[in-house]
Design a binder for this molecule. Structure first.
Ligand code: PLP
Length: 408
């Protein structure tokens, strides 16, 4: 892979593995490869090391280690939480979630809908917030679970999870939150939040991809999603991903240590970048409110430009960012999150997400602020939106996709 200098402003997509994390996990790939379930010490010692890692991730979120189930990723944890709520309460066929969740919730709910379950997708307002009164009214006697993300991966907008948990508690309904984007950026205390289940994914906090966790509060009924061996106290089958579990433990310690840096230095870098863009490039707006927001995330609309074109030019300059949209090759669908916030499709198609992290520097921000204005000017000069026909064609396309997104 090309090792040229990269300015990585896509930390909500994934993060660099911290050198400390790499050092902690490497011996478990190279030397300590025993199966933790084995009777001999070469294996059983690895089992003990996994438990030490479990204690570390539990400590990061104020949980008891017994409340932690390691999974393969955030997607599995999200699927598993809803699956368990439905299987342990078979008479309840209704799930409440929001229109701005990650596809790991939305697509799983679409799957459930096809299999006879009822799904309520709560809308959001222009600030990306749900109406708590509507949430309260949406919970029914047959609601098995409410699942609301803590922080949005595309906009960084934060939901009032404690208040949402209190409403669920009042109705005696299970509450799960997808907190994948939160660790290292905001403190997490599962007891103060009073959630029943919570999802995390290690690759968002400087550990490798392929390891996540589901926190399941003590005495909450849980039905495994991956069924097989007795691993994870019978809560998830499959031989343990030992090295990644060790990595997750070390990354959890670092995330707690870096909380302050994310909320001061990284926040200042994010603000410098965002303010610089809004000040120097005309026809740009921040997507959503300034607060409550993750300290590292900025989503900006560049009117009259297409995000994919901006990303291509940024890439040529060695800058990694994201359109935050559901774009797949050949598809021009604008992001379901931005559409749900009532952002016009034409504007949504020009939104770029910059997500910073602990390894970013002020020089990198200055570099992006220097590179971006001429790129945008150039793209606006050649923008198809200047030409009536293609403009209208796009609008028609978006009118269709918007309707689709609303019924999804
Ligand atoms: N939930 C949110 C909010 C995310 O941002 C992501 C990853 O982008 C996921 C879930 C899925 O996590 P994973 O990639 O570990 O499956």
């Amino acid at each position: 892979m090309n090792q040229r200098k990269t300015v990585y402003f896509d930390n909500n997509a994934t993060t660099r593995v911290a050198p400390e994390v790499f050092d902690a996990m490497a011996p478990y790939l190279r030397d300590f490869y025993g199966n933790p379930s084995s009777a001999y010490r070469f294996g059983s010692q690895v089992g003990k090391d996994i438990e030490a890692a479990r204690e570390k991730v539990a400590k990061m979120i104020g949980a008891d280690p017994k409340e932690i189930i390691f999974t393969s990723c955030g997607t599995e944890s999200n699927n598993a939480a809803i699956h368990s709520a439905l299987v342990t309460q078979p008479k309840k066929k209704h799930v409440v979630t929001t229109a701005v969740e990650h596809s790991a919730i939305i697509k799983y709910c679409e799957f459930l809908r096809k299999h006879g379950y009822e799904i309520t997708l709560l809308p959001v307002d222009a600030d990306g917030q749900i109406d708590l009164h509507l949430l309260d009214k949406s919970i029914r006697p047959d609601t098995a679970i409410v699942s609301v993300m803590w922080a949005n991966n595309e906009t960084g907008i934060v939901f009032p999870i404690e208040e949402i948990a209190a409403i669920c508690r009042m109705h005696d309904v299970l509450f799960h939150t997808d907190a994948t984007q939160v660790p290292g950026k905001m403190p997490i205390d599962v007891n103060a939040l009073d959630v029943d289940m919570l999802t995390l994914s290690a690759h968002k906090l400087h550990a490798p991809k392929g390891i996540g966790l589901l926190y399941v509060k003590k005495r909450t009924k849980f039905q495994p999603y991956v069924i097989g061996g007795h691993q994870e106290r019978g809560n998830r089958g499959g031989t343990e991903n030992v090295a990644n579990m060790i990595a997750f433990g070390r990354a959890a310690e670092l995330a707690t240590a870096h909380l302050q840096d994310e909320n001061t230095r990284v926040r200042a870098l994010r603000d410098k970048l965002e303010n610089g863009i809004l000040k120097t490039i005309p026809h740009t707006v921040r997507t959503g409110p300034k607060e409550p927001r993750l300290p590292n995330t900025s989503n900006v609309a560049f009117d009259g430009c297409e995000a994919e074109a901006i990303l291509m030019l940024l890439d040529q300059a060695g800058i990694c960012a994201s359109s935050g949209s559901a774009c797949t090759t050949g598809s021009l669908d604008p992001s379901h999150v931005l559409v749900a916030m009532g952002i016009k499709p034409m504007r949504a198609r020009g939104c770029i997400r910059f997500s910073l992290g602990i390894y970013n520097t002020e020089e990198e921000v200055d570099y992006v602020l220097q590179q971006l204005p001429p790129m945008i000017a150039k793209l606006r000069e050649i923008s198809p939106a200047k030409h009536g026909d293609s403009h209208r064609k796009h609008e028609t396309h978006f009118a269709e996709t918007t309707t689709r997104a609303k019924v999804a």
